[in-house]
Design a protein around this ligand. Structure first.
Ligand SMILES: [Mg+2]
Length: 197
């Protein structure tokens, strides 16, 4: 179930959009009537998508989007009147994935929402893959470092160091990078500094 936060100061517009979305099976997890409230609710609810009006009291939709985008990677669809399209170019640093021109028709709203959600999913999967690759690299670096410590401290060859670590890992039933961490922790920080350079 995809949860959407609606931020729009005109309650009639909000209601219209909420009705269309709910009919299509989306959940409106919150409705805010101005930019400030929109930011608060975004942080509290962490929705899958935000539909955000530009012209609103207290805080406009562009500023609110920018604040939200600094903390959350939630996609934002802007609601705009024709005269406001000029602002959209200024919104590049925010997670704004598109805009809808009011009055919003169902045939326009649903595809825009679908595309925004799909793009967000793809990009979050991509970010996750990068994160995992980075974690693997970090683990490999730790194992290399620990191996270096064993070689230096005990005069083992590279193979022997690695085999000792692997044996420990199997005996203790912990991953080899955990073994490496223990080795790094156990032996002096001087050795650690030397090997990390
Ligand atoms: Mg407005």
């Amino acid at each position: 179930m995809r949860r959407i936060l609606l931020v729009e100061d005109e309650s009639i517009v909000r209601m219209d959009i909420a009705l269309i979305l709910e009919e299509q099976g989306y959940i409106i997890s919150g409705e805010a009537g101005d930019g400030e409230e929109g930011v608060e609710m975004a942080f509290k609810l962490e929705p899958d998508l935000i539909i955000m009006d530009i012209k609103m009291p207290k805080l406009n939709g562009l500023k609110a989007s920018k604040i939200i985008s600094q903390k959350l990677s939630v996609p934002i669809l802007l609601l705009t009147a024709y005269s406001q399209q000029q602002y959209i170019d200024k919104a590049k640093e925010s997670n704004i994935v598109g805009y809808l021109v009011k009055p919003v028709a169902e045939g326009q709203l649903i595809p825009a929402v679908e595309i925004a959600l799909h793009q967000a999913e793809v990009s979050s999967r991509y970010k996750q893959e990068i994160k995992e690759a980075d974690e693997r690299l970090q683990k490999r670096k730790i194992v290399e470092k620990a191996k270096g410590i064993l070689m230096e401290r005990f005069g083992y060859s590279e193979d022997v160091s690695f085999n000792k670590m692997r044996k420990l890992s199997m005996d203790k039933q912990i991953s080899i990078d955990m073994v490496a961490k223990h080795i790094l922790k156990k032996y002096s920080s001087r050795t650690l500094e030397k090997t990390s350079k």
